[in-house]
Design a protein around this ligand. Structure first.
Ligand SMILES: *Cc1c(COP(=O)(O)O)cnc(C)c1O
Length: 362
């Protein structure tokens, strides 16, 4: 059995996907070529890419008036690419709920007039700024929200309804670390982006799902390869897309469908998160500092009450086949990322170890 890998990203992938990719490495479907060796313009890869896009649209129920783009540059790349495409050089309101949205605000400042609509910096990014408290400016080009903060472990359980807040700007969400873990309410979204390496597949692929009406407004300085209109017009093949990463993502999408789709994954993710938070709260030995309603189902930062035990905790975890539990350096402590590909058995094994360690050191 492989160890359980709790990395925040790049992160665990479904084992059947890795096995299938290995089996197809030298010869994809009798073509005589591995996927990495194929022209992106050949019929084989075009079919792989079209299937991946159709499966993603199906899984997330993406409406027809949204385009799906396969891009590169990662989440941090999108922090520049979004304002280059959507800001029109005007106002951008950013909700700061953790480290990633803080970076988004800083990068957008290079291209737009950015204001922080709300921030949870004062409580160390452990609560969610409630939408009713956001200071939204009229005439903003868009509002940026990180719907799941991977480092601080805070997640919006519901996307805000900007129209109900009297704001007619489109909502942009960075959903890198919880895409496909739950449904997305597209009525509330103008654009969603996600780096693939958390919950989808290999690093190097970035997904962008964008409303048709938001295309075609890029600033003149926007690089052509990052202009959403250009990418959309060329079916994500204006330049060479990350072909192998798209292929693996496509296998993950098929795996998700076989598991029952996003609703089934969400139910499993709720069960996994409940088990882990439930034990942490009851333990008296560990703690998670995020206010209840804002707790992420995907990324669970936690602390030992005595941080002198951290090294022993990590070494013991590794011996039991529980890998990459060390917390982000800016937060400290531990972090368990329990993405779609982490089975319930992995969380059970983690909780068993947490109990055992607490008993021995409590
Ligand atoms: C990991 C992550 C990013 C950064 O992604 P890169 O691919 O390293 O640029 C951005 N936003 C969120 C929410 C993330 O989890």
């Amino acid at each position: 059995m492989r160890p359980y890998n709790f990395s925040a990203g790049p992160a665990v992938l479904p084992e059947p996907v890795l096995a299938q990719a290995a089996a197809e490495m030298l010869d994809w479907h009798g073509s005589g070529m591995g996927v990495m060796e194929m022209s992106h313009r050949g019929r084989e890869f075009i079919s792989i890419c079209a299937q991946a896009e159709a499966d993603l649209r199906d899984l997330l129920a993406v409406p027809a008036h949204f385009r799906i783009l396969f891009m590169q540059g990662g989440g941090l790349g999108e922090n520049a690419i979004v304002p280059l495409n959507l800001s029109r050089g005007g106002k951008v309101d950013v909700v700061v709920s953790g480290a990633w949205s803080e970076k988004s605000a800083a990068e957008a400042r290079r291209y737009a007039d950015v204001a922080v609509a709300a921030s949870n910096a004062a409580d160390g990014h452990t609560s969610l700024p409630a939408p009713a408290s956001w200071q939204l400016r009229s005439g903003a080009s868009y509002v940026h929200l990180c719907s799941n903060e991977t480092i601080h472990g805070v997640e919006y359980q519901q996307l805000p309804d900007l129209a109900a807040l009297g704001c007619d700007a489109p909502l942009v969400i960075d959903c890198s670390s919880h895409i496909l873990s739950r449904p997305i309410d597209w009525q509330r979204v103008g654009l969603a982006f996600a780096g693939a390496q958390k919950n989808i597949g290999p690093a190097g692929l970035t997904l962008v799902v964008v409303r048709d009406e938001l295309l075609g407004q890029a600033l003149p300085i926007c690089p052509s390869a990052f202009n959403y209109q250009t990418v959309a017009d060329n079916g994500s093949m204006f330049n060479t897309p990350p072909t192998y990463a798209i292929y693996i993502a496509g296998l993950v999408f098929q795996w998700l469908k076989a598991q029952g789709g996003v609703a089934a994954m969400e139910a499993r993710n709720i069960a996994k998160a409940d088990l882990l938070y439930g034990y942490l709260d009851a333990s008296g030995f560990y703690s998670n500092r995020v206010a209840g309603a804002g707790r992420s189902r995907m990324n669970v930062p936690f602390f030992l009450h005595d941080d002198r035990l951290n090294e022993a905790f990590l070494a013991g975890a590794e011996q039991r086949g529980l890998l990459q539990l060390k917390g982000h350096k800016t937060v400290g402590g531990m972090r368990a990322s329990i993405y779609n590909a982490m089975p319930m058995e992995g969380v059970q094994a983690l909780v068993a170890y947490l109990k055992d360690f607490a008993q021995r050191h409590g």
